[in-house]
Design a protein around this ligand. Structure first.
Ligand code: APR
Length: 319
C-alpha cells in the first residue's frame, strides 16, 4: 500500500515539500491549510505535472483533519515566517497558538505518524508540539540541523572549491544564532578542517566568517526575498528525514530531538545527530565534543531553555 504524507501548512515550504515528494514518488500527499483554496490549488497544480514528470502519487488539498487521518508522516510548516529584521524567536507567540491547534488535530487522526516540525522558533515549537499532542518523543522531531549543516557545507565548498559531497560536517544545538558548527567533526576530502587551517589553506578568520554566515543563513535569505523566508533548502531537508523513516534507511542526520541525559542535557529539544529509521528516532549519536564545542553547545541549549520558559509564560499549560 502506498504511504501517506500530510503536510500541515501549504505555504512556501509546504508547496515545495509536496512537489519534491511527488517527484520522488515517495508517498501520496495531503496538503492541509486553514486556507483550503491554497492547499487544493497547489495539490491540483502539482498533480497536473504528473504526465510530464511521470510520477504516480495522489495529491489532494483540504482544511479538514479527517482527510489527513492515518498518515504515516506529518510535516508541519503551519505558522508565519519571518519578516526582515525579525528573529525566529519573535515568532513565538503567534506560532505557539497555531501549533496547539495543529497538535489537537493530528493527535486524534494520526496518533501513529512520524511527525516532523519545521515551524519556527524550531526547538521550542517542536517541544511544545510534543507536549500538546502527547505523541511519543521518538516520533516527534524538528528539522533544523540538516538545513544548517547543508548551508555550512555549501559555503565551505564555495570557499575551498571542493564538491559538496566531499565535505562532511554537523551543525548542532538550537536552530538560532547560537547554533554550533562542529569544526572538530568537519572533514574536507577526508581531512579535518582544523588541519586545513593549520596548513594555511583556510585562515581562521575566513572560517569564522563562514560559520557566522551559516548562523545567519536564514536571515540573509529573508533580507533578499523581502517577503517570506527560505523554502527550497528547508523543504529538501524535511524530505530527507521523511524518506529515511519511510524507507527505514537508518541515515545519521542532525535533527532536533528530545534529550534525556545525552550531551549532559535533559528535558529539552536540541539538535544532535540521530539515526532515523522505521521506529522514528532509533538512536542518538554522542559525538566527542572539543571543550569549545561543549561550551557553545551548552550555551545554545540554555538559549532554547530560556525561550521555552518564555513559552511557558505565554501558555502555562506547557509546564
Ligand atoms: N493550520 C494550518 N495551517 C496554517 C495555520 C493553522 N492553524 N495557520 C497558518 N497556516 C498556514 C498559512 O495559511 C500558510 O499557508 O501556514 C502556511 C505557512 O506558509 P508560509 O506563510 O508560506 O510560510 P513558510 O515559508 O512555508 O514557513 C512556514 O516554517 O521555516 C519556518 O519560519 C518558518 O515558521 C515558518 C514556517
Amino acid at each position: 500500500m502506498k504511504k501517506k504524507i500530510t503536510l500541515i501548512g501549504a505555504g512556501q515550504i509546504g508547496g515545495t515539500l509536496a512537489h519534491l515528494i511527488a517527484l520522488k514518488g515517495l508517498a501520496d500527499v495531503v496538503l492541509f491549510d486553514v486556507a483550503a483554496g491554497l492547499a487544493k490549488g497547489k495539490a491540483l497544480d502539482i498533480a497536473q505535472s504528473s504526465p510530464v514528470n511521470g510520477f504516480n502519487v495522489n495529491l489532494s488539498g483540504t482544511d479538514n483533519y479527517q482527510d489527513t487521518k492515518n498518515s504515516d508522516v506529518i510535516i508541519i510548516t503551519a505558522g508565519v515566517p519571518r519578516k526582515p529584521g525579525m528573529t525566529r524567536d519573535d515568532l513565538l507567540g503567534i506560532n505557539l497558538k497555531i501549533i496547539k491547534q495543529v497538535a489537537e488535530g493530528i493527535k486524534k487522526t494520526s496518533p501513529n505518524a512520524f511527525v516532523i516540525c519545521i515551524t519556527n522558533p524550531l526547538d521550542v515549537i517542536v517541544m511544545a508540539l510534543q507536549k500538546y499532542s502527547g505523541l511519543p518523543k521518538n516520533k516527534v522531531v524538528g528539522m533544523a540541523g540538516i538545513l544548517d549543516s547543508s548551508r555550512f557545507i555549501y559555503f565551505l565548498s564555495q570557499e575551498l572549491k571542493v564538491p559538496v559531497n566531499k565535505i562532511k560536517s554537523f551543525v548542532l544545538g538550537g536552530h538560532g544564532d547560537t547554533m554550533v558548527a562542529m569544526l572538530g567533526s568537519t572533514e574536507v576530502e577526508g581531512k579535518k578542517i582544523t588541519e586545513l587551517v593549520k596548513e594555511g589553506k583556510l585562515t581562521k578568520e575566513r572560517l569564522a566568517q563562514i560559520v557566522d554566515r551559516t548562523k545567519k543563513g536564514g536571515a540573509e535569505i529573508v533580507k533578499y526575498l523581502e517577503k517570506g523566508s527560505a523554502f527550497y533548502a528547508p523543504a529538501a531537508s524535511g524530505v530527507e528525514m521523511a524518506e529515511s523513516y519511510l524507507k527505514d534507511l537508518k541515515k545519521q542526520l542532525p535533527c532536533a530531538v528530545h534529550l534525556n541525559g545525552e550531551y549532559n542535557t535533559k528535558n529539552i529539544y536540541a539538535g544532535v545527530p540521530v539515526i532515523i529509521g522505521s521506529r522514528g528516532v532509533e538512536k542518538i549519536i554522542e559525538l566527542n565534543l572539543t571543550p569549545d564545542e561543549e561550551t557553545n553547545f551548552k550555551k545554545s541549549v540554555e538559549s532554547v531553555k530560556d525561550l521555552f520558559d518564555a513559552a511557558k509564560k505565554i501558555d502555562p499549560e506547557l509546564k
